[in-house]
Each structure stands twice: as C-alpha cells, then as structure tokens.
Write a protein that binds this ligand. Structure first.
Ligand code: AHR
Length: 495
C-alpha cells in the first residue's frame, strides 16, 4: 500500500472546536459508581471521587462531559439527585434494569467537572417528562438566587449558579427502546416548545436537538427533516450517535467504519441545510456527535436484575478497536467545520477508555491512546488534504482507501498528521508534500500497532498495549516520508 498527500495552508476545513474531545458519563453500570465515584476507595478524595481516575481523565484530555444519560435520562427525575445524600431515594432504573441509589447527582457531577476543568453538557428528560421539567431544572442550575429553585440549590450548598451552557433536548427519542419514544412530529414540537421556554430564561444557551440513534434507523434523515421543520430556528445542533464493531471476522469492513460515520455526517448536514432553505433561516446548524465508539452490542451479558452498579457492557478494547477509534477521530476532525461537539461514549468502565476495579487499580484501555493523542495535538486548523491512496475491497463499503488521514496546524505553526493504515498485513508507504508549509523537522512519529491485533490491556496485564516511537520518518526538501505499520494509528508531528 502507498499513499501520497499534498498539504497547503491555503486550503483548510476549519478550526477545531475543543468540544470535539468530549466524553459521556451515564448512570449506567459502573460508569459513575466505582468508576468516577467510590467513597471507600483508597484514592478517593473528600467528595468520594477516585483521584486515580481523575488523573487518567486529565491525561485523556477530555474537554466536555455529557451527563446523566443516555437512555437513563429519559426516565430520570433530577430532584432525586440533589439535596442531602441520606434523604435521596433508591429507585428502579428501567433503562438498564438496575437500582439507582442517587448517591451521586447534579451537585456531585458539577463538582467533578470543576475538579477536572471539564465543561458540562446536560441532557434533559424529554421521555417521561417535558417542558416544565426543563424550565425547573434550568432555574435550579443557572439562576443566581431569589427564586424557589435557585434558593433550593443554595440551601443544598451550591451558592453559585452552575451556569450550564450546553443542553441536550432529550436522548435518542427516535428509538423505540427509549422511554417516551416519539414520532418525529411529536419530538420536533416538544423540542421547539422546550427550547422556547429555555431561551426565554436564557437566550444564549446552546441547544442540541436529538437526531438519529444510528444511520441504520429506518427513519434516518426523514426524522431529522421532519423534526427540524418544527424547531430549526430554536436549536443550534443536531445530534448523531454511532457505534461500530467487527462482525463475523470481517476486519476489512470494520476498519472502514469511518465511511459510515462520514456518510452519517454528510447526510445530516445535507438534511439540515435543506430544512434551512425551506424555513428560510440565516443560521447554519452544527453537529453534536454526542455518542460514538466501538461497542460489541452482540456481546451483551445477562440481565442485571435490578442490582446496584452491575457490570454491564464493559467492552475490553483490542488494538484493532483502538485503530478504528482513531479512524473515527480522524473523520470528526475532517468535518470540523460542521461537527463542533462530540462525545466518546462513555468515559469509565462502560464501553470506556478507562477501566477500574472496585477498591483496586484504574488503567488505560487500548482506545485511550488515540483519543489522548487527538485531544492533545488535534487543536488548531484542519487542513484539506489532496492526494491518493491505494485501495482494498470491503464487503460492506466497496472499495476503500488504505490510508485514512487528516492534518492539523497548531497556532504555533506545528503540524500533526493523524493517519491510519487499514491494511492488516503490509506497511503503508506515505509521502506528503509539505512545501507550502515550509516544514523541515520531524519531531516524532508515534504508533499504536501490535503483532497481535487482538492484544488488550486488562486488570492482569494493564500495560500490554501502548504506543511506541518509530524511527526512519523523515522530511527532506519539504517532502515527508513515513512507513505506517500494518493496522496502525499514527501521529506524526512536524515543526
Ligand atoms: O452509551 C450507551 C447507550 O447507547 C446510551 O444510553 C444510549 O443513548 C445509546 O443507545
């Protein structure tokens, strides 16, 4: 396999919004309990947060966290999670069939975001609840004081308003599995009315309308078109959710998952722009890809049976999965002109880059590394790549490029090329013409690859998979030359 690229600063896609490196904390399985919050853990701070996990979250570079769900939020009463902890109710949690103790709630989450320097993205229950609940929650979170709910927050110990700017108007309401599932008409009207009330209180909120739960939904694109006819001018983003996994050993199609993500983004952009023309709006909607990851839904285990914080969907990620995660990050970056927020779902234990044992250690999954690389070096301006790559045939997507890449120019002029070689057997020879950028020095070429593409990090072997530096990458007379190992995620930094 070979590929050649030309990069020129005159041609760019756009600036990367830091919100692209968001993640997701749902009250699901062990994401909250024994994930970020475990008061009895040896590393727990005075607020019960695991400081070993906080350190890994900082290292991961997460900028924003969506909370508290997910399917969970569509049956959640936020009042259950505020006020004195000992008075909070235990409730049946129907979305994941577990028992919610409510020992962790809004105030604890906001404390977590302050300690990690992460921006909160709050999801509203538009499943079993609606407009009035949104109004009340907003008064509780964002109003300084002097009203019933803002004073209640102050009595609960949070004197200052939380000032949450980003709000999801429900979760996956196109999905028949969702509590309070709706038609596109019903949802569009509800989203519009909810957004109206919220904007009457604070016109500057950023609001996300629920898009499709996957590109495979039978209502895909028509859902967006119909619901946006009702709420276009009152929302800022349309959400997208997508999960991928390897099926029946078809690694070639799996490695090309980004083809679907790209089709998803471009279809939603086209649909939103179509509605824009119909409603004669001057505003262009953005995309919030607020759930994305690799998830082996086929491996789902037994019924949790109403237990507290059961082990559910704790996928263990291989090097192959991590390379796909990297490839999906590349696609998000390549669409940074319209995708301005995104959340890797989820953050800890539940389909997550960070794993923990109750009372025990916390460690990095293989998928941790591409995310940390992108969050660290994917800041600045994404350049438009021109070039060619050899291709291979996939069962699912037809002919696909071996190379999947993007390049980001930082404010200090440094350039980072993120690249995936989808060939499972052979290295890919990459040449990139950087003459327009005047770059001459390779700072590093870091690779995530392994002779065993199924290699994972586990409790027993927490550092089996890790990135390594490779030598031999050069930049001469403005031409970058590199060899990308088979099935690999690559970060090449040039100054
Ligand atoms: O992230 C796991 C689940 O996937 C979320 O709760 C839901 O929104 C999606 O279907």
């Amino acid at each position: 396999p070979t590929a050649s690229l030309t990069l020129d600063p005159a041609f760019s896609v756009g600036e990367v919004n830091p919100r692209l490196f968001g993640s997701f904390v749902e009250h699901m399985g062990r994401c909250v309990y024994t994930g970020i919050y475990e008061p009895d853990h040896p590393t727990a701070d005075a607020d019960g947060l695991r400081t070993d996990v906080l350190a890994l979250i900082r290292e991961l570079g997460v900028t924003m966290v969506r909370y508290p769900g997910g399917n969970f939020v569509s049956g959640y009463n936020w009042e259950d999670g505020v006020g004195p902890v000992e008075e909070r109710p235990r409730r049946l949690e129907p979305a994941w069939k577990s028992t919610e103790t409510n020992q962790f709630g809004l105030s604890e989450f906001m404390n977590f975001t302050r300690k990690t320097g992460i921006e909160p993205m709050m999801a509203l229950n538009l499943g079993t609840r609606g407009v009035d609940d949104a109004r009340r929650l907003l008064e509780y979170t964002n109003h300084p004081g002097g009203t019933e709910l803002s004073d209640l927050r102050r009595r609960h110990g949070d004197e200052e308003p939380f000032d949450i700017r980003l709000w999801c108007l429900g979760n996956e309401l196109d999905g028949p599995w969702q509590m309070g599932h709706k038609s596109a008409e019903e949802y569009g009207r509800l989203a519009n009315e909810t957004a109206n009330v919220m904007r009457l209180i604070d016109p500057d909120l950023r609001l996300v309308a629920c898009g499709s739960s996957s590109s495979a939904m039978s209502t895909f694109a028509s859902w967006e078109a119909t619901m946006l006819e009702h709420c276009y001018d009152r929302v800022d983003y349309v959400s997208c959710h997508a999960y991928y996994h390897e099926r029946d050993g078809d690694v070639g199609s799996f490695l090309a998952s980004a083809v679907d993500m790209e089709h998803f983004i471009e279809s939603v952009v086209a649909t939103a722009d179509h509605v824009r023309a119909r409603v004669r709006s001057s505003k262009r909607l953005e995309i919030s890809f607020d759930e994305w990851n690799v998830w082996y839904q086929s491996r789902e285990g037994e019924d949790p049976g109403w237990r507290v914080a059961p082990r559910v969907i704790e996928d263990v990620y291989s090097v192959t999965d991590a390379v796909v995660v990297g490839s999906l990050l590349i696609t998000l970056l390549r669409h940074c002109d319209r995708v301005t927020a995104a959340c890797l779902a989820q953050l800890v234990n539940v389909i997550a880059p960070i794993m923990t044992e109750p009372g025990g250690p916390a460690w990095r999954q293989a998928s941790f590394f591409p995310f940390a690389d992108a969050a660290r070096h994917g800041r600045g301006r994404v350049l438009r790549l021109a070039g060619t790559s050899t291709t291979y045939e996939t069962a699912k997507f037809g002919e696909v490029d071996h190379l999947h890449a993007t390049a980001v120019e930082a404010e200090d002029g440094g350039l980072t090329v993120f690249a995936v070689n989808r060939d499972t057997e052979k290295p890919l020879r990459l040449t990139a013409d950087l003459r327009g950028l005047g770059k001459a020095r390779v700072l590093e070429h870091r690779v995530l690859a392994d002779e065993d593409r199924h290699a994972t990090n586990t409790l027993e072997n927490q550092e089996r998979v890790a990135p390594r530096q490779v030598s031999g990458t050069s930049c001469q007379d403005g031409t970058l030359t590199a060899e990308l190992p088979p099935l690999s995620w690559n970060v090449i930094r040039v100054a």
